[in-house]
Design a protein around this ligand. Structure first.
Ligand SMILES: C[S@@+](CC[C@H](N)C(=O)[O-])C[C@H]1O[C@@H](n2cnc3c(N)ncnc32)[C@H](O)[C@@H]1O
Length: 239
């Protein structure tokens, strides 16, 4: 009888090989990219939830990017369609194929050039008249609270707790920490004007600042976590 230790080792190796194969095959063969594209077209995906994290919505294609997990394969997780895919690569969807794209707290994880690349792909796959909704930490909210010395904001449990640098204590330190938050995962910091500028650069029109839960995109109550409202900029734009 193989020991538990041995079984674990085999499972680990199998998992690793499986992830490595799917990742390498999708990255390096056109055939696999084509297969994924076909799979998604076959599912008639109409709503993309980009950067979903743990928020998996039924009826949407939920996309996240976890480099160490199995890559480029559609999965059904408790009835929600999920894909591990790097959205800085060409998106595996046809032109003009979806009605809505929502990305909550994703765009700050991309630098300015990558943000524009991401939005250009979003623009390509949206149908004319389709809507994109973005939310992210608002540079203006942070800057205003910094300039007015509003300690209540910077001492808010969530603003402090969600800061990846526990030694950051002063408003200046917390503001700077937000720009490099999640262990360096944050790569940019937008206010409304700069987000509007990149959306327009990518081809979008009618860029509007919204309130949380207000807009054209459906299921905002599931997409937008209430605890993030205090620091968040919400924007919608149309193709
Ligand atoms: C802070 S989480 C946001 C999770 C959730 N939307 C929320 O509002 O709490 C950022 C998400 O963006 C995803 N992400 C970061 N870079 C990405 C990329 N290049 N392509 C696809 N997803 C990416 C991460 O995998 C993660 O799911």
């Amino acid at each position: 009888m193989p020991s538990n230790k041995w079984k674990k080792r085999v499972m680990k190796t199998k998992g690793f090989l499986c992830r490595a194969c799917s990742y390498l095959l999708l990255r390096y063969t056109r055939w696999n990219a084509g297969r994924l594209r076909k799979d998604i077209a076959g599912r008639r995906v109409d709503k993309i939830h980009a950067g979903c994290g743990l928020v998996l919505l039924k009826g949407w294609l939920n996309i996240l990017y976890e480099p160490k997990q199995e890559y480029g394969k559609l999965k059904d997780i408790n009835g929600a369609l999920v894909l591990n895919y790097n959205l800085l690569k060409p998106w595996p969807m046809e032109d003009n194929s979806v009605s809505f794209i929502a990305a909550s707290h994703l765009i700050e994880h991309l630098d300015l050039n990558h943000g524009i690349r991401f939005l250009k792909e979003g623009h390509r796959v949206l149908k004319p008249g389709g809507t994109i909704r973005l939310s992210c930490p608002d540079l203006e909210i942070y800057a205003r609270n910094y300039v007015t010395g509003n300690m209540e904001f910077f001492e808010n449990k969530l603003i402090k707790e969600w800061c990846a640098f526990p030694q950051a204590k002063t408003p200046g330190e917390i503001l700077a920490a937000k720009a490099y938050d999640s262990g360096g995962a944050h790569k940019w910091f937008y206010d409304f004007d700069s987000l509007k500028h990149v959306l327009k650069t990518a081809g979008f029109q009618d860029v509007k600042r919204c309130r949380r839960l207000e807009g054209e995109v459906p299921e905002l109550d599931a997409l937008e976590l209430p605890e993030r409202e205090l620091e968040t900029l919400y924007v919608e734009a149309m193709k």
